[in-house]
Design a protein around this ligand. Sequence first.
Ligand SMILES: Cc1ncc(COP(=O)(O)O)c(C=O)c1O
Length: 383
Amino acid sequence: MQDNSKLIAKPLCHARIDTSALRHNYAVLKQAASGKKLMLMVKANAYGHGLLNVANTLDSEMDKQDAFGVARMFEAVQLREAGIQNRVVVLSGAMSFSDWQLAQLLDIDLAIHNTEQLQSLQDFCVGLKDDEKCKFGVWLKIDTGMHRLGFLLKQVPQLILDFERLEKCLAKPLVVMSHFANADDIDDPFNTAQTNAFESVKNAFEKSQIERLEFSLPNSGALLSRNNLESTWMRPGIALYGISPFQTEHLEASQLKPVMSLESQLISIKTLEIGEGVGYGQNWHADAQTRIGIAAIGYGDGYPRELPSGTIVNVDGHACNLIGTVSMDLIAIDLSNAEMAEIGSSVQVWGDELSVTEIAKAANTIAYTLVCGITQRVAVVLV
Ligand SMILES: Cc1ncc(COP(=O)(O)O)c(C=O)c1O
């Protein structure tokens, strides 16, 4: 009888995740933080790199003082269920009373950014036994100008009174935090405005009766531009994945190594005659006889349809031009610069050969959306 057990359908398109680059970037960030604690942002499936891939790679090696940061409760539960030991922080906080119970059970830190959450923490504390404390850490989010999540500056005096009462229920120091809106632009004066606002909040808390306090402001951009290193905690995301947070050249960001390379292969090669077009809309036409390759990748994998003809695609390491409209499953490539290319030749659309930031610019977006946007069809391969 024929043994069919070894017949597998190999995925054509994969995201290669370079775990040594991830470790390298962690070391660069740890050094930039001069020993301060890091909350490594692994929300949104670790910016598309795979939540558990990233967390498992770093958890056993990283400083035990450091934490992982996620946006939603279920991401934190996934980390705990996978056996992740380091601290885990949910930045959008509790959405129901049971989230506090889950946090206590699984030791998951929660942010508080509105009065409803504060009230529900107070209710949870009332329900604790005399000798019991909240095991989880509480991260108090202050809105220093971004006007997304967080308490307003005018609410700070009341918050201080509330936490002077609540502190006895907390096993860990209260962390007061805020978030920069424009840290990707080092010279933006709004960074200084937010830093100053945060400093005034910090001073107010330090003058209070709350004894155990920590602070957290910088994201990748602020950490690499050394803005607010006074914080106890830095919260880098994009830089961990080897992508510069800045719009312009930056020396230290250039030390980061890209973690994700999105790759596929050529599945067809043909030669177009002068005047023949390619793809939907036929918006690219050959102005000379042109050998073209068709690669198995498209917007169904997360390669943006917005990318214009002329965007660089590497075929066997040679820079070639994307031609015509990106389809759901396929792209066309001018192979003039890769004469030896054949069916099966490797195609890299971003990664260690091609900066995802440059590709994002061509699509009129930012690298965050590209790496976050790879789809379920893409095989994630750890190397
Ligand atoms: C509250 C908070 N902190 C830190 C980060 C990390 O930012 P970055 O990826 O720019 O380092 C984010 C990202 O959105 C965030 O929302």
